[in-house]
Design a binder for this molecule. Structure first.
Ligand code: ADP
Length: 403
């Protein structure tokens, strides 16, 4: 069974085709700059070099059509016929309270995902567009939605209710949902496998540090708390997002600078975080580089980033009543020994102790990077959200086949 995994953003679509009989990735790539001048498709078949093509790609439907044609192409393709794509798995950012697990998409499900645009205006519209494009391009092929929020659905109310009038939760669904669930799920399970212990006997903190960043407390295999909230804006300092902030600050700035709602949203989502503090870049590589060259604001941004991570690890150890392992994943977590070191420094009192050489060595690979005798294990694990999406999709499609 071949499964196409689709992650649709506002102007980009990431894709990966899996042969699920062997759990093997056949090809992956990305269409970027959709709807802008000079769209770019990067495509990498598993056994050949990456290719880059540019052209005009008007919308998500054209983009998916392009993806299918490159998967079928003589030179760069990996399948011979469209019918070799047996199902599509979609990453959907917000599943609200209705979707607590992956689900086969029908008209009712799609309409509910569309309804969630009300609370996820920055994310769900693009996911809906991706689903519709695949329905049009691959008619009759099962489509499955896998939600970023689903893994966090067992958080207790004390972790997900905010200190505002309860009626806001009842009327509008304002609560913590949490995101990056597929990644937190994957790396916590991989960590348990690497440690040779059952996941239901472990207390793990997982740090997903990409452009967006979040941290989760995974106790006995269940996410009991996580740093992103009603939207992906809360929590850790991110590339361009502020993370935790006094809620009065945006109100004050809006008053003083006469900002509209949209402008305030842009300020907090696009001009804050590493970018906003450093004025240099939202990319951690640039921040570390500038900090090394003596840029004090880049240095401050790096300090804040790691300090906040450290505080969350401590608070989640308290929330879980102990800690067995800390996992670092996604772009920064998988590659930056500096961030891992600065975050773990000072956590020795808990039993965290890095092995310097292993921490340096862990760049984009699965490794235990704590010292052999450390009470708390620290791991670097490349995330694989696409594989989780493909597995969930296969499970659902297999079930339909059995009916
Ligand atoms: P996304 O959230 O877009 O999926 P990724 O997980 O790919 O993001 O992470 C992207 C981020 O990873 C980049 O912004 C960059 O800051 C960071 N990154 C990648 N490689 C390194 C590295 N060697 N050192 C520090 N940061 C890195």
């Amino acid at each position: 069974m071949n499964i196409l995994v689709v992650n649709a953003g506002s102007s980009s679509i990431k894709y990966q085709l899996f042969n699920m009989d062997e759990e093997k990735s056949l090809a992956k790539g990305m269409v970027s700059r959709i709807g802008m001048s000079g769209a770019i498709v990067t495509h990498k078949p598993f056994d050949r070099k990456e290719v880059k093509v540019s052209g005009e790609i008007l919308d998500h439907i054209v983009a998916i059509g392009y993806v299918i044609s490159i998967l079928l192409s003589t030179n760069h393709g990996v399948i011979k016929d469209k019918s070799e794509i047996n199902a599509v798995g979609h990453r959907v950012v917000h599943g609200g309270e209705r979707f607590t697990q992956s689900i086969l998409i029908d008209a009712d499900v799609l309409s509910e995902i569309r309804n969630l645009i009300d609370i996820a205006p920055l994310h769900n519209p693009h996911n809906v567009r991706g689903i519709q494009a695949c329905q049009k391009t691959l008619p009759g092929i099962p489509q499955v939605a896998v939600f970023d929020t689903a893994f966090h659905h067992q958080m207790p109310p004390m972790a997900y209710i905010y200190g505002i009038p309860y009626v806001m939760y009842k009327d509008y669904g304002i609560r913590r949902y949490g995101f990056h669930g597929t990644s937190h799920y994957y790396v916590s399970h991989r960590a348990a496998e690497m440690l040779g212990k059952p996941i239901d006997k472990l207390k793990i903190v997982t740090c997903h540090l990409g452009n967006g960043a979040s941290i989760a407390a995974v106790k006995d295999g269940v996410s009991i708390d996580t740093s992103m909230g009603f939207t992906p804006l809360e929590g850790l300092l991110m590339g361009t997002r502020s993370g935790d902030i006094d809620p009065a600050i945006p109100l004050w700035i809006m008053g003083r600078e006469e900002l509209s709602l949209n402008e305030a949203n842009t300020l907090l989502n696009k001009h804050s975080g590493l970018m906003g503090i450093s004025g240099v870049s939202s990319d951690m590589r640039d921040i570390i580089d500038a900090s090394g060259k003596g840029n004090t604001n880049a240095n401050l941004a790096l300090d804040i980033y790691c300090y906040r991570l450290k505080k969350y690890i401590g608070s989640y150890a308290a929330a879980m009543g102990g800690l067995d392992a800390v996992v670092f994943t996604a772009g920064v977590g998988e590659n930056s020994s500096v961030v891992r070191q600065m975050t773990c420094d000072g956590l020795e009192f808990l039993g965290v102790e890095l092995n310097q050489a292993k921490n340096q060595e862990a760049i984009g690979k699965e490794m235990i990077i704590s010292s052999d005798n450390a009470k708390i294990k620290v791991l670097a694990i490349p995330t694989n959200e696409e594989l989780v999406i493909a597995r969930d999709t296969k499970e659902i499609v297999d079930k339909i086949g059995q009916k």
